[in-house]
Write a protein that binds this ligand. Sequence first.
Ligand code: PSV
Ligand code: MN
Length: 388
Amino acid sequence: MSTLSPADLALLDAQSIELPSWAFGDSGTRFRVFPTAGTPRDPFEKIADAAEVNRLTALAPAVALHIPWDTVDDFAALRRYAEDRGVRLGTINSNTFQDVDFKFGGLTHDEPRVRQKAIDHHLECIEIMDATGSRDLKIWLADGSNYPGQSDMRARQDRLHDSLQQIYARLGERQRLVLEYKFFEPAFYHTDVPDWGTAYAQTVALGDRALVCLDTGHHAPGTNIEFIVMQLLRLGRLGSFDFNSRFYADDDLIVGAADPFQLFRILVEVVRGGGLDNPDVVFMLDQCHNIEAKIPAQIRSVLNVQEMTARALLIDRDALAAAQSAHDVLAANAVFMDAFHTDVRPALAAWREERGLPADPVAAYTASGYQQRIEAERVGGTPAGWGA
Ligand code: PSV
Ligand code: MN
C-alpha cells in the first residue's frame, strides 16, 4: 500500500501544473504592496522565472497570462521566448475588474456601451489566444452588488448569458471558455457568478466547450469542496482548478499550506473521477506571494500538489471498496487516512533524482544563484504587479 506502483509513477510523470504569471509580480492586500528585489518588470521576465520553476521540478510546463497585465506588442515573440525556455503559454485570463467603466459590472452591465466594452475585451483576449496558442479563456467576474435592491439580479443573469454567448461564438474549434465562480468579493451582497451551480447553468447553456473553473479559495468556510469536484467531473464540466489555500476568505496562500487534508481530499476525487492525466482538466495555481519569496513559493506549491497527488494515488482502492460495501465505516476511513498519513517525500525525491532533477528543488534554487542574478540585473523600470 505504501509504495507507488509503476502505474502511479507514470501518472506522476504526466502531471503538469500551470503557473500564474502574476505570482511572480508584486502583490499585496488593500493595506500595502511590499516591493521585492528582483521582481520581473515585464511578461518576459515573469516567463523566465516560471521556466526556472519548471527547470527544477519538471512539473510546471505552462504559464497562464492575465490581460491587460501581460499585454505585449508581440505575443508571438512572447510565445517563442517561452518555448525557448521549455514552457508554453497557457490559459488567458480576462480582466474586467480594474477599469473604472466596470464599477457597476461588465458582462452584466445594464448600459449597452459598457457591456459591449466588456465583451470586446474578451474578443481581444481570444485574438491573443490565437497568437499564443492558448486553448482556454478563463473568465472571472467581479460583477455584483453591495446592497439589497441595488440591482435587478434576474436581468443581470439574462445579460450575462447573452454576453457569454457572444464571446463563446467567437471561440475557435479547439478553444474553450472556462467560467470561474466566487461567492463574494469585491461585491458584498450578491455576486453574479457566486457558485458552481450558477457557473454550471451558464456554461451548459453555451455548449460543450464551456466549462467551470474551481478556485479552491472561492467558497464559504466549511464547504465540502471535494463534493463539488466530484460533481463537476461527473457532469463533465470541470475545466480547471485555480489552486491556492486559505484560512479565512480568498487568501491566495500556497496550495496545501492552510489545509493539507483538504487538498488530499480534493485530489482523491480528482483521481476517482478521472481528472488526473486528463488534458481536459487544467491544474492551475492562482496565488499571490505578498511576503514570501516568490519563485521558491511557486516551487513549494507545485511540490505540494505533486505530494498530495501521490498520497491520493496510494489509497488502496480495493480495500476501500470492500470496506464501503461491508458498511465498515471505521475500516473505510482507516484506508483513507492511511494514504493521507503516508510520507511520500522520500519516494518523490527518488522520483526526481531518477529524472535528473534535484532531490530538493527549493534548496537547489537557493544554491543556483538565480535569485542573486535577477536582483542584480533587474534594476530600474517598474516592478510588475496588479495593474502592470
Ligand atoms: C479572483 O479572486 C481570482 O481568483 C480570479 O481568478 C482572478 O483572475 C484572479 O483571482 C486574480 O488574482
Ligand atoms: Mn482564481
